[in-house]
Design a protein around this ligand. Structure first.
Ligand SMILES: NC(=O)c1ccc[n+]([C@@H]2O[C@H](COP(=O)([O-])OP(=O)(O)OC[C@H]3O[C@@H](n4cnc5c(N)ncnc54)[C@H](O)[C@@H]3O)[C@@H](O)[C@H]2O)c1
Length: 265
């Protein structure tokens, strides 16, 4: 994977998976526009990478004017947009549908669906003008299967996979690829927060339970998701578009924990 002379925008780039993608893209020769509402972490990452190779733009991805501004800032700084990791997302609350707070539902759909839609709406024109580009939207295994207690998140990530397919059809003929990645539990703030909500007194037990249902028996690391994202952004994936790719340690291949190795012995 070589991103020399390539420019990427990464939303949610200040932390977790997005941060790993920023670092991986730059390590392979590219330049990156880090977009995040976390100004402190975003500015720190841009400073760590250096101003020749990174800019940080504070933005809320749910606000069209701020999305347009991060696109313009990237074009001003680097002159083009080759790659887009449309990644910012929030988890919402853990509660059954009958108890789910309507305002939190709207907030989750706002960031995870409208934010992804607005990113596509305002980044794609620059790629269309250039006649090439690659986009990776961050969905989730919750975009493939139901996750009880996470209605808004699950609906939002199914929507991300839907938007991915629509965008693939619209811009494929113009030389632009659009894919989605579907991570399982990844060791970032988000999964720690979900475990804390499920069991405030014993989040470690929740995380152990999640791990036990994963064939590889562990959470993924942000860098392992970044490896897939970077591949899909790169020219190595030149015939790949419209797909949704799991990076989940086998979680969705084995819906229940099933017969454990020890019980088979
Ligand atoms: N961690 C997991 O287990 C997991 C699994 C599947 C999918 N995902 C998805 O991966 C993506 C990244 O999550 P993560 O695990 O790195 O979590 P994270 O919380 O570490 O990172 C998310 C980033 O998005 C930013 N963000 C949130 N709302 C924003 C907004 N409105 N505008 C701009 N920035 C905003 C946050 O400030 C943060 O930097 C999300 O879309 C998430 O749903 C995560």
């Amino acid at each position: 994977m070589d991103f020399t002379n390539r420019v990427a925008i990464v939303t949610g780039g200040a932390n977790g998976i997005g941060r790993a993608v920023c670092l991986g893209f730059v390590a392979r020769g590219g330049k990156v526009a880090i977009v995040d509402r976390d100004a402190e972490a975003g500015a720190a990452l841009a400073a760590e990478i250096g101003k020749d190779r990174a800019i940080f733009r504070a933005a809320d991805v749910t606000r069209a004017a701020e999305v347009q501004a991060y696109v313009e800032a990237t074009l001003d700084a680097f002159g083009g947009i080759d790659c887009f990791h449309n990644n910012a997302g929030i988890e919402g609350r853990i509660a059954n549908i009958v108890d789910y707070d309507e305002a939190i539902y709207d907030a989750v759909m706002g960031v995870n669906v409208k934010g992804v839609f607005l990113g596509l709406k305002y980044v794609l024109p620059a790629m269309i003008k250039a006649g090439r580009g690659s986009v990776v939207n961050t969905a989730s295994v919750a975009g493939l299967v139901g996750t009880p207690g996470m209605s808004a998140y699950t609906a939002s990530k199914h929507a991300v996979n839907g938007l991915t397919k629509v965008a693939c059809g619209e811009v494929g003929p113009l030389g632009i690829r659009v894919n989605a990645v579907c991570p399982g539990p990844i060791a970032t703030r988000m999964v720690q927060e979900i475990a804390r909500q499920v069991s405030p007194n014993n989040p470690d037990a929740v995380e152990a339970g999640y791990s036990a249902a994963i064939p590889l028996r562990r959470f993924g690391q942000a860098e392992e998701v970044a490896n897939l994202v970077l591949f899909l952004l790169s020219d190595l994936a030149s015939n790949i578009t419209g797909g949704q790719y799991t990076v989940d340690g086998g979680r969705t291949a084995v819906p229940s924990a099933g017969m454990s190795q020890s019980s088979l012995r």
